[in-house]
Design a protein around this ligand. Sequence first.
Ligand code: GLU
Length: 135
Amino acid sequence: MCGIVGYAGNNNGIEPVIEGLSRLEYRGYDSAGIAFQTSAGLRVVKKEGKLENLKGLLQSETNLFSSLVIGHTRWATHGAVNDTNAHPHENETFAIVHNGIIENASKLKEEIAKSNYQFKSETDSEVFLAYLTLE
Ligand code: GLU
């Protein structure tokens, strides 16, 4: 299984979201990531493997602050276990996370292939982002 944790409030949500993801570790996962809003725009930090790997990336940065944060632990169903396929997936405006399976993803990908959308990941989840991008 896998998990999603979100924070929207007045304080820094990064730590609470990481803490929330750590409470979901027992469910099993193969990668973890967070997306958060900053004054400079949307940021995504994600990493294959244990949450410790993601924490390591975040520790190298000081003064990270965001009051709008979403976190994800992935259990791969579509696509390899790697940094690129880890969630969140983002475009210039949105970051998305998804647990579960989009059953008709391959059919939807055929439809999206008629547009100029370039998939970055192998996940079924990115189909959702593709439609948001093409809106
Ligand atoms: N199907 C998605 C993927 O393979 C989400 C898997 C999950 O539930 O974490 O990325």
